[in-house]
Design a binder for this molecule. Structure first.
Ligand code: MRU
Length: 342
């Protein structure tokens, strides 16, 4: 299942706001539309946002109509800044835009046409690398999963959140594909319902047994002994291992520790922000109150009520048993071990 596909200046996305009810593909031909698609969560999930952004820069570069290299680069910087302003938390967005931009800068001596093609090629390469990286996360993570385990996950860190296969769901897929009899409990993930709308749907497509629960049921099932481990994705990991992920992840991590259940983060090394020491430096996106006061356009809270809607929280490193990456499994002490993966 590929949430994005690029060909000849057109980026096709599965509109994730409509799943699972409707499977619609949107076709984007301008960088402004790509930026809107990221902001409006037509595409979401850290790695998918990153690669989408890279294609956005490729589309933008093709539309810059000038013979002046100075003008080309001035316009390119503007576009990169606009795309970077769409969502603040997932570091993959910034990493991806910087990577294609730096590709252009390091080839400044080439013709504008050649530079445009190099940006496009780099975006393609990033898509390919993301899929390989998820397969690798799956292989490493599978070593931690035992026969007959039930795995709890939060949000959607699946194929839909990446270029294919997924990170947390990549580990689950790898365990399932290797013949292990595993089951998944999926938190519904209020308010945006990535768990019920996307994770449950995605796993059912692959015939991986999944049980949907409300977020506030996770502790109950842990205490009942029904959960063997938790695996979640990540939007940004600090050098000390503190991890930003979908709002509610922190609560799940605390509950896991209380119940002696291993709590794993699965993420590519591109999600590590080597420039920040701790999770305190991670910007947390605040989204529209409507996501909480309304469901599918229907008001479910009193008019005028005060609302807070942070889209992510930070799980302190002490709750994380290990971080499963494409380059291997990182164990505590994260302060010492994460740096080695730079
Ligand atoms: O707001 P979203 O849906 O973009 O948030 C997604 C998550 O928090 C995922 O867990 C994370 O990006 C990892 S995706 C492999």
């Amino acid at each position: 299942m590929k949430p994005l596909e690029y060909c000849n200046g057109v980026l096709k996305l599965i509109d994730q706001t409509l799943l699972p009810g409707e499977q619609k593909i949107v076709e984007l031909k301008s960088y402004a539309k790509v930026a809107d698609a990221i902001k409006d969560m037509i595409v979401r999930g850290a790695p998918a946002i990153g690669v989408t952004a890279a294609y956005g820069v490729a589309i933008a570069s093709k539309a810059i109509n000038t013979d002046s290299k100075d003008e080309f680069f001035t316009d390119l910087v503007k576009v990169c800044d606009i795309i970077k302003s769409t969502r603040p938390t997932a570091v993959n967005l910034f990493w991806a835009v910087d990577r294609v931009y730096n590709k252009a800068v390091s080839n400044r001596d080439k013709s504008i046409e050649e530079i445009k093609n190099l940006i496009e090629e780099e975006a393609h390469l990033m898509e390919k690398e993301d899929i390989e990286s998820n397969r690798s996360i799956g292989r490493f993570g599978n070593e931690l999963i035992k026969e007959n385990w039930t795995i709890l996950t939060h949000c959607n860190a699946g194929a839909l959140a990446t270029c294919d296969y997924g990170t947390a769901l990549g580990v689950i897929r790898a365990a399932h594909e290797s013949g292990k009899n595993i089951r998944v409990f999926a938190d519904e993930t209020r308010p945006y319902l990535q768990g019920s709308r996307l994770t449950a749907w995605e796993l059912m497509q692959d015939n991986i047994p999944v049980t949907l629960i409300c977020d506030n049921m996770a502790g109950h099932f842990m205490k009942e002994g029904l959960i063997d481990c938790v695996i979640v994705g990540a939007d940004r990991i600090a050098l000390n291992g503190d991890t930003a992920n979908k709002i509610g992840t922190y609560s799940v991590a605390v509950l896991a520790k209380e119940n002696n259940i291993p709590f794993y983060v699965a993420a590519p090394t591109t999600t590590i922000d080597f420039s920040i020491e701790t999770g305190k430096q991670i910007p947390i996106e605040e989204r529209s109150p409507d996501e909480i006061t309304h469901i599918k356009g229907v008001r479910i809270a009193p008019e005028g009520v005060n609302v807070k809607n942070p889209a992510f929280d930070v799980t302190p490193n002490k709750y994380i048993s290990a971080i499963i990456t494409d380059k291997g499994i990182i164990y505590p002490p994260y302060n010492e071990n994460i740096e080695k993966y730079k």
